[in-house]
Design a protein around this ligand. Structure first.
Ligand code: GRF
Length: 215
């Protein structure tokens, strides 16, 4: 991990949209939380992503790597890995990153994603945002939540590191359930990062070995 004692965990954030997860992390860091953690760069798969403006405002270097510029997922993945490598990074966080990429061996186990369901339920291609909560309500389950997982080469698929549960309440709409899950997400990613900053990247492997921890 980083040698600067004030910064033990250097994050590269991958996003495609509004950047609400990025905004939450920057807000935590700005308030003095997440000590030892720094967002060192933000990479977007879309040039018009709102998250880029949030990063620029915070004077964080940005890059755009669009899958549309490549004719094969391997070329896109290689370009993304190159972009990540431009700035020394300990951990890559996907934060509303909607493009599938093939994670190179050098980054295996060191790319995390957050998903608004209790994985492996309600994850996979096409299950993002409001669609997740609609599917949860259609299924009539009693609880939902969010999961931080190690990203692999399938959508929302790698092993779960940590999860936070929320109840599904009578009369819930995708919006009310989504707001409850999002509030849980706002706590879960920072809680995971606090543990990694304190105990090292190995904590990820320990949490996975435990089947994912409840935070
Ligand atoms: C996160 O809340 C998470 O559920 C999912 O994408 C959301 C962030 O999207 N992975 P956005 O950047 O706010 O559009």
């Amino acid at each position: 991990m980083a040698t600067d004692p004030k910064c033990r965990l250097r994050l590269t954030i991958l996003l495609s949209g509004r950047g609400s997860t990025l905004a939450n992390l920057l807000e935590r860091i700005g308030r003095g939380g997440l000590s030892g953690t720094r967002v060192v760069q933000v990479i977007s798969s879309r040039g018009e992503a709102g998250g880029l403006a949030i990063a620029r405002e915070a004077q964080i270097p940005t890059q755009v790597v669009s899958p549309k510029a490549f004719d094969h997922i391997d070329a896109f993945s290689a370009a993304l890995a190159l972009a990540i490598g431009k700035t020394p990074t300990d951990l890559v966080l996907m934060a509303g990153f909607l493009s599938l990429w093939r994670i190179p061996p050098a980054w295996a186990g060191r790319v995390l994603n957050i998903h608004p369901s209790l994985l492996p339920a309600f994850g996979g291609r096409g299950l993002y945002g409001r669609r997740v909560h609609e599917a949860v309500l259609r299924a009539g389950v009693a609880e939902s939540g969010c999961s931080v997982h190690v990203a692999d080469n399938e959508y929302d698929h790698g092993p779960v590191v940590a999860r936070r549960r929320v109840p599904v309440q009578p009369g819930d709409t995708p919006e009310t359930l989504g707001a409850r899950v999002q509030a849980a997400e706002r706590e879960l990613y920072p809680a995971v990062l606090e543990r990694i900053a304190a105990r090292g990247l190995e904590w990820i492997d320990e949490a996975v070995a435990a089947g994912g921890v409840e935070l």
